[in-house]
Design a protein around this ligand. Structure first.
Ligand code: KG4
Ligand code: ZN
Length: 331
């Protein structure tokens, strides 16, 4: 089975061709065009500008993905596309393109929730089993779910305000670092002392599975005002330590509470090495198997969208599918 995946929910324009054979997934091509250099100039994403760039690159990106995979439209079994959540102008580019291709090539169209897609990056390089705890940490989402099977999960909790990635991005911006800020903070943190500042670990003792990161950002802003960016490395290391400890503690607690032996991590922040290391140590002690995709599959890509489609029965009418910018993990 060969699937073309298309992803345009934020500032990336991505297309990938994946093959499922003998229960193994192979990436035949995985193209990601990003307007990040443009975004970093403005310190964030300007939705209309992102969509204009995507409109220019969507066809070349799909053509390149097919060419690299040495795949003709006739070789495809289906087309999978992200239909939400995300920026509406951006989503429309991918969804409308996928609808046209599905119609003219007479292929099944598989609509994929971007958030579920992040989790399925794990099935490309690993073989998670159920039940498992899923932690999604991206630029817009921080969610904990209990996966029971493919397409079956219980939502446990999520951030009440800023997402973990958003906290990284906003604090990086305060330091004058370009967008996206997560990798920048992480690089700075390598040279800093994670114990230099005692940032709050928000909601660690709450009786639910929710998170809150906006207070952390405020503490960071206040300390930065006091110390000045002269101590940027220590600030970055301490911030990263606080975010990582909060995420790890709650995720591991959820795995213990629900007695699961697998944790799957997903989203751009899953590319964070400290998070990976800390989760690795804590899960090893408890005999829990940890799945984290390689960094290039953590940030937005179309391979994860095609991967999801292998496990999802739902298809859509190419004339009727609508982009949904507000799609979530909650029912
Ligand atoms: O999943 P993603 O690519 O896009 C969304 O769907 O939001 O996540 C982007 C987020 C950004 O906030 C970015 O700063 C963060 O992931 N990120 C990281 C790292 N790489 C990307 N955060 C911390 N450490 C990283 N290495
Ligand atoms: Zn994403």
């Amino acid at each position: 089975m060969t699937i073309l995946g298309i992803e345009t929910s934020c500032d990336e324009t991505a297309a990938a061709v994946l093959e499922l054979k003998n229960n193994r997934i192979t990436i035949l091509s995985n193209i990601v065009a990003s307007s990040a250099s443009l975004q970093s100039k403005y310190g964030g994403i300007i939705p209309e500008q992102a969509a204009r760039e995507q409109q220019k690159s969507i066809i070349p990106v799909i053509e390149t993905a097919l060419k690299q995979a040495q795949c003709k439209p006739a070789d495809l079994d289906a087309i999978a596309v992200t239909y939400g959540p995300g920026l509406i102008g951006s989503l429309l580019i991918g969804v409308e393109t996928a609808k046209v291709l599905a119609k003219v090539w007479s292929k099944p169209l598989i609509p994929v929730n971007h958030l579920i897609g992040h989790f399925y990056a794990n099935w490309i390089t690993s073989t998670p089993t159920f039940p498992s705890i899923g932690l999604l940490v991206s630029g817009g989402h921080t969610d904990l779910v209990l996966f029971k099977d493919h397409g079956k999960y219980e939502y446990l909790g999520g951030t009440r305000d800023d997402a973990a990635g958003e906290c990284f991005d906003k604090c990086a911006r305060l330091l004058g670092l370009p967008y996206p800020g997560g990798p920048q903070i992480s690089k700075l943190a390598e040279k800093g002392n994670p114990k230099a500042y005692d940032f709050p670990r928000p909601m660690l003792d709450s009786k639910d599975w929710d998170f809150s990161f906006s207070g952390l950002k405020t503490s960071f802003a206040n300390l930065l005002k006091d110390s000045g960016s002269i101590d940027a490395e220590n600030l970055a290391a301490s911030l990263e330590a606080a975010i990582v400890e909060t995420l790890v503690t709650k995720t591991v607690a959820a795995a213990q509470k629900y007695k699961v032996e697998q944790i799957i991590v997903a989203g751009g922040v899953a590319a964070n090495q400290k998070l990976d290391e800390e989760l690795g140590t804590r899960t090893k002690d408890l005999g829990i198997k940890l799945h984290v995709p390689p960094p290039y599959l953590c940030t937005d890509n179309a391979a994860m969208i095609a991967s999801t489609a292998f496990f999802q029965n739902k298809t859509a009418d190419p004339l009727a599918l609508q982009a949904n910018p507000n799609l979530s993990l909650t029912p």
